[in-house]
Design a protein around this ligand. Structure first.
Ligand code: GDP
Length: 430
């Protein structure tokens, strides 16, 4: 049963979009299994840039069925906007399937996301304020509204009234905001039904039909391993499970349905928002500035400058474990071309001199560790036009080899630029 997962091995923005796009062409289904419209994939096809937030990357291939799985939280207005954008650019969106079990992001989720971040002050999480966390919170609290509720206006209204009783209490009494109006929300959400109803489907059934027919199903993660709700740097994490295990709950398959787990790792590290980051370079550091400049390290959705640093192999090895990654794709190797020397973090040192070969479970320790670096030689030439492994400069190949030996799984792809054809496929790729 050939299922494959694409998962980010760091804090996101590794370039998952381009690899999902690359691998999707072999797939029958391309399934998003978690997250919301805080993802922001960028895919460049023939010089045309597509920014996708909710719709799986496979949408750009007419033969792929893009699936928004039950584990995703959906803002219907955003989804419709994205459908319109794709239609305007000639992409047929009628193939998209939307799980009836996916949860809806409601206006009070967005409002609560905004006001609670403000209340947290300097402890704020740095969320994208799109209501994603509160929607997952309501799912766990069992007061969420699901996509299928759109198809039954009476149920929708009953659930909304129940939810609003508590939400409006919190908004008005805790946060001093105006209450939200049930009629207005119902009218607005019912106006989405005509457009979305034809897409709503039993996506678990679809996934299993494809697996039973021995077709490839590609599961597309958003965010990344260290933003995982359970395994990331809590509380500076996302509110779902991007790790490969999240596929099981977020798409409705067992672990044995997954054969290939491709971990996407950027050749250096970036992070958006707050939270520990052992290899972070101080602001104003020329290496960090060059990484930001060459890598275009600004948030796809937010425009925020990303925090940057050298590649952290301690985290990478942990990410390989957390996902049982079967292989790695190293992205943005071209960004490192100008450096004479390239550092990689191979261990951490604690305040008391303790050396850590693994990511310490206690976050107070992780907050204070210093990276122990190994220095590798740079290659000093542009690699954007390289198409085959043997054409990469020796030092670039050595860098890739060093990464795979440390991580303990093969590197099967290296990307040397943002375009579809700037992908070096290593001979051992399946
Ligand atoms: P995701 O959040 O992991 O899906 O990251 P994206 O797919 O949005 O990619 C982040 C950015 O990196 C986008 O602007 C891509 O076009 C760009 N990108 C991806 N791969 C490469 C690469 O190999 N080299 C360079 N220079 N840019 C890349």
């Amino acid at each position: 049963m050939p299922g494959a997962v694409i998962v980010g091995m760091q804090w996101g923005d590794e370039g998952k979009g381009r690899f999902t796009d690359y691998l999707a062409k072999e797939a029958a289904l391309c399934v998003r299994y978690q997250g919301g419209h805080n993802a922001g994939h960028t895919i460049i096809v023939d010089g045309e840039v597509f920014k996708l937030q909710l719709v799986p990357s496979g949408v750009l291939y007419p033969w792929v069925t893009p699936v928004i799985g039950n584990g995703v939280v959906v803002d219907p207005a955003v989804l419709i906007e994205e459908l319109d954008m794709l239609e305007r650019r000639g992409v047929d969106t009628r193939r998209i399937r939307l799980s009836g079990n996916a949860h809806l992001i409601m206006p009070y989720h967005q409002e609560l996301d905004r006001v609670s971040e403000r209340y947290l002050g300097k402890n704020k999480l740095g969320t994208t304020k799109r209501g994603i966390g509160p929607a997952y919170g309501d799912k766990a609290w069992r007061v969420g509204l699901r996509v299928q509720d759109l198809l039954d206006p009476k149920i929708f209204r009953a659930k909304l009234d129940l939810a609003l009783r508590e939400k409006n209490g919190v908004l008005t009494k805790v946060y001093n905001r105006l209450p939200l109006d049930a009629n207005e929300i119902t009218d607005r959400y019912m106006s989405y039904v005509e457009r979305l109803a034809p897409l709503i489907d039993d996506t678990v059934h679809l996934v299993h039909e494809a697996l039973d027919a021995q077709q490839w199903v590609l599961f597309e993660g958003a965010q990344a391993t260290f933003l995982d709700l359970d395994h990331g740097t809590y509380p500076y994490v996302t509110s779902s499970n991007p790790i490969a295990g999240g596929v099981c709950t977020g798409a409705g398959v067992g672990p044995r349905a997954i054969e290939r787990i491709v971990g996407i790792v950027k050749a250096y590290t970036t992070r958006v928002g707050s939270g520990p980051f052992p290899t972070e370079l101080p602001e104003g550091d020329p290496v960090g500035d060059l990484l930001v400049e060459r890598g275009g390290e600004f948030g796809t959705n937010t425009g925020r400058r990303r925090r940057t640093g050298w590649l952290d192999l301690v985290m990478l090895r942990h990410a390989v474990r957390l996902n049982t990654a079967t292989e790695l794709a190293v992205t943005k190797l071209d960004v490192l071309s100008p450096f004479d020397e390239i550092k990689v973090c191979v261990a951490y040192e604690g305040d008391d001199g303790t050396r850590y070969e693994h990511v310490p479970y206690h976050q107070s320790v992780l907050h204070h560790v210093r990276p122990v670096y190994e220095t590798l030689p740079g290659w000093g030439s542009d690699i954007e036009a390289v198409a085959r492994l043997e054409d990469l400069p020796g030092a670039a190949r050595d860098y890739v080899r060093y990464v795979e030996e440390f991580a303990g799984v093969p590197v099967t792809f290296v990307s040397v630029g943002p375009a579809r054809d700037q992908t070096v496929v290593l001979p051992r790729a399946a």
